[in-house]
Design a protein around this ligand. Structure first.
Ligand SMILES: NC(=O)c1ccc[n+]([C@@H]2O[C@H](COP(=O)([O-])OP(=O)(O)OC[C@H]3O[C@@H](n4cnc5c(N)ncnc54)[C@H](OP(=O)(O)O)[C@@H]3O)[C@@H](O)[C@H]2O)c1
Length: 313
């Protein structure tokens, strides 16, 4: 199994990282500390997760105890939607760096191609949004490029961008985006987006690589799928390991979230397994373009964004 993805300057990002979304501040400290102790070297964060201070404390403690150095770690964070616009990027990144107790990030991403009024956490009404016609993605990208040039982050990229969003910023970029972080798992394989990214030297990170378990009412459960369970049994793996291995063997990074020590270890140990070509072919057939994180939370009455416009326009 390949264990890193290579950036254009040959920097290597561990292909398996730790997700921190919906990890409560009191839980995330232990999760990050134990993860580093057991060998994780890549942590996926975001200002919007409301827990970067605790993530930062855990990283600082791990460094203090000599478990790792800053250079051993790959830390990603994301610009929240309320900080779109060239002039807002560096101040937002400074806050994230302060919270994480770091002086640089390895990778900084625009979290969504959706802009919100300053100070908005989650929008409730149309007036909480700013349309992209008023704050174009190309303008926000200039702020990302400035952050890169100041050395506040080693790489820049985007998240939840479709092919057209990428083309829009690529047309005028001085520094091209190097990463697109999107939902990917066996039920949502994003093959067309992957081909576009491969052609344009953009790496992919899969969020919700285990199916997120966010929608408790959903009858569709990735880890309970029969094909995944059958392969798991045959290969002495868990269903989660099969899901993670499949995506990694497609050349895509994964950032499974867990706050449970046994599951953190299980996810990391996926790197010790390899699926066969036959397994890969069976898993390829599971694609059903199913999004667990459907983007409908950006839809409000008379608002400027719809899930369809985000994924497809
Ligand atoms: N860019 C974006 O817009 C975006 C959106 C969503 C997520 N993300 C990033 O991607 C990361 C992962 O996505 P996610 O957190 O939505 O979902 P996920 O990693 O697919 O699934 C997390 C869920 O799976 C459980 N789990 C973890 N390991 C397991 C295992 N081995 N067996 C069974 N269950 C297991 C976790 O519970 P326990 O904690 O109890 O183990 C949690 O409920 C996030 O944490 C975040 O960093 C980014």
């Amino acid at each position: 199994m390949v264990t890193t993805l290579k950036f254009r300057n040959n920097d290597e990002m561990p292909i398996l990282g730790l997700g921190t979304f919906r990890s409560e501040p009191n839980e995330v400290y232990n999760a990050v500390f134990f993860a580093i102790k057991m060998g994780y070297r890549h942590i996926d964060c975001a200002a919007a997760y409301g827990n970067e201070k605790e993530v930062g404390k855990a990283i600082a403690e791990a460094i203090k105890q000599g478990l790792v150095t800053r250079e051993d770690l790959w830390v990603t964070s994301k610009l929240w939607n309320a900080s779109h616009g060239e002039e807002n990027v560096i101040p937002a990144l400074h806050q994230t760096l302060e919270d994480l107790q770091l002086n640089y990030l390895d990778l900084y991403l625009i979290h969504w191609p959706v802009a919100l009024k300053k100070g908005t956490e989650m929008p409730e009404r149309a007036s909480d949004f700013v349309p992209l016609s008023e704050v174009p993605l190309t303008n926000t990208w200039k702020g990302m490029e400035a952050a890169l040039e100041e050395g506040l982050t080693k790489h820049i990229g985007v998240s939840n961008f479709n092919e057209n969003h990428l083309k829009e910023i690529m047309a005028t970029a001085v520094h091209q985006p190097e990463m697109n972080q999107v939902e990917i798992h066996p039920f949502l394989q994003q093959e067309a987006l992957q081909s576009f990214c491969v052609q344009n030297d953009i790496l992919l990170t899969a969020y919700a690589p285990l199916g997120s378990l966010v929608d408790e009412n959903s009858t569709l459960r990735l880890l309970e799928n029969d094909t995944i369970k059958t392969i798991a049994e045959a290969r002495h793996m868990s269903p989660a390991q099969v899901a993670l291995a499949y995506t990694m063997q497609r050349g895509i990074a994964v950032i499974p979230k867990s706050i449970n020590e046994a599951r953190l270890l299980q996810n990391l140990e996926t790197l010790n397994h390899t699926l066969t070509e036959e397994d890969m072919a069976m898993l390829k057939d599971l694609d059903q373009e199913h999004r667990f994180i459907d983007g409908k939370f950006w839809e409000v009455d008379n608002g400027p964004y719809t899930a369809d416009s985000i994924w497809n326009a």
